[in-house]
Design a protein around this ligand. Structure first.
Ligand code: AMP
Ligand code: MG
Length: 422
């Protein structure tokens, strides 16, 4: 096993290569920025709220005018949200004020809630309020800058914009944001046995191309634009022409990533590596000590410095492992998105045997027990062609190449949703 590259070394090579070629950026309207990755930090350009204002419907008074016991104040004016603050309000009066309205200037620092006052008329028909003394700790005032102060960091590079981020950015008047350009991915499937997934009549021995529709969706969820180059045939010849035609087209069109499935292992038609090398590719690794997905290949193209190729084995589970543990880290590194940390849990029931020396990825179901411990169940049916055990699973349980950790150590668990949210 000694000669096989470890997963950790492979990821280091892949990330170094991704870093050497960061994604370019573009400026887009905030309202079209959902799911995009921030390339330039955004800071608050001003204080929010911009003025001290009322947190309640009620009456603004000056705490220095308050007496102990009962207070009575004539109401001198009315303020609603959107008004400018009053500048000249008489002492020992109250200003009727609605939620969000600016506090009058001149020491008005307390809001008495409308529920806490009695409203009376004075002898001239004017309004008076009457209330029992209140404490300054119940001021019901929203201070200027108490939400955001000018200069506060709103979003940092590498964060993905979601609806909640849009809320804060919109509150700060941010109309446009600088984001990474979406990576463009070319997808090439290989295999004579493959038929389109929606073909109704198929000959015996045909295999439905399930991974192309999966990859189209998974890559979109990872923030990519995907072009499907279709299926190329396995050819025994020295030069598999269909594949090389597709490869050359993808290279000349400047895709960020070319993703292939199949033909990357030890079969007599496994032409990906020789074809990549014949077309100027420099293979940085081929075969990694993982299960499933060992034959994964990663290549740069010195003649096309922006393009990388990841060759994934054709078995569906190997393809999914390849997306979650090679393609997603590659994209995260390009975007500057931090790596998600795994949860740690304990295996309940039996753990299928994991081959020593290989980092092994099991489809698993994790649940928090009442005592807070994450309990991981690994169902049967873990072979790399078996798709059924994805249903019911909610993540990957990862067994290190060194074997199942002893009693003290936990098992790493990577929730599916988080990987896809990268
Ligand atoms: P390969 O990596 O080309 O040796 O393929 C390994 C296994 O995966 C074979 O059983 C293939 O039929 C199967 N396979 C290859 N590509 C696909 C695909 N796109 N969808 C489903 N199964 C596939
Ligand atoms: Mg094949």
């Amino acid at each position: 096993m000694g000669s096989l590259l470890s997963y950790e070394d492979a990821i280091r090579i892949l990330c170094d290569s991704a870093r050497a070629c960061p994604a370019s950026v573009e400026e887009i309207p905030l309202t079209e920025s959902a799911h995009r990755v921030i390339a330039k930090e955004v800071r608050a350009g001003f204080d929010v709220p911009s003025l001290d204002n009322s947190a309640m419907d009620g009456f603004a008074v000056r705490s220095c005018d308050l007496q102990s016991g009962w207070n009575e104040f004539p109401v001198s004016s009315l303020k609603i949200a959107g008004d400018l603050p009053d500048t000249q309000v008489r002492e020992k009066t109250a200003v009727q004020i609605m939620t969000g309205a600016p506090l009058p200037q001149g020491g008005f620092d307390l809001i008495v809630k409308v529920e806490d006052v009695g409203i009376l008329k004075d002898s001239t028909g004017g309004t008076l309020i009457r209330f029992e003394s209140i404490s300054a700790s119940a001021a019901h005032v929203r201070r200027r800058g108490s939400d955001f102060e000018k200069g506060d960091l709103l979003v940092r590079p590498g964060s993905r914009i979601d609806a909640k981020a849009i809320l804060g950015l919109a509150a700060l008047g941010c109309a446009r944001v600088v984001v990474h350009r979406k990576p463009r991915v070319a997808l090439i499937s290989t295999g004579n046995e493959l038929v389109p997934h929606d073909q109704t009549e198929v000959t015996e021995g045909a295999i439905r191309n399930s991974t192309a529709p999966y990859l189209m969706q998974a890559l979109r969820e990872l923030g990519c634009e995907v072009r499907n180059f279709g299926v190329v045939r396995d050819e025994a010849s020295e030069k598999p022409e269909e594949f090389e035609r597709a490869l050359k087209a993808a290279l000349s069109e400047g895709f960020d990533l070319i993703l292939t499935t199949g033909a990357v292992s030890m079969g007599i038609h496994d032409f990906i590596r020789p074809s990549v090398e014949r077309n100027g590719g420099r293979v940085l690794f081929h075969k990694v000590a993982i299960r499933p997905g060992k034959p994964v290949l990663f290549s740069e193209f010195p003649g096309f410095p922006e393009t990388r190729l990841i060759g994934l084995p054709g078995n569906p589970v190997s393809t999914v492992v390849g997306v979650d543990f090679f393609v997603a880290p590659f994209l995260r590194e390009r975007f500057g998105i931090p790596e998600p940390r795994p949860l740690l849990g304990r295996i309940s029931g039996t753990c299928p045997s994991a081959p020593p020396g290989f980092k092994t990825f099991f489809r698993a179901k994790a649940e928090s027990r009442a005592d807070g411990v994450l309990q991981i169940e690994i169902p049967k049916g873990q072979a790399s062609f078996m798709v059924h055990s994805f249903s019911g699973a909610n993540g990957w349980a990862v067994i290190p190449a060194s074997g199942v950790p002893g009693e003290a150590g936990g098992i790493e668990f990577f929730p599916f949703a988080e990987r896809m949210d990268a």
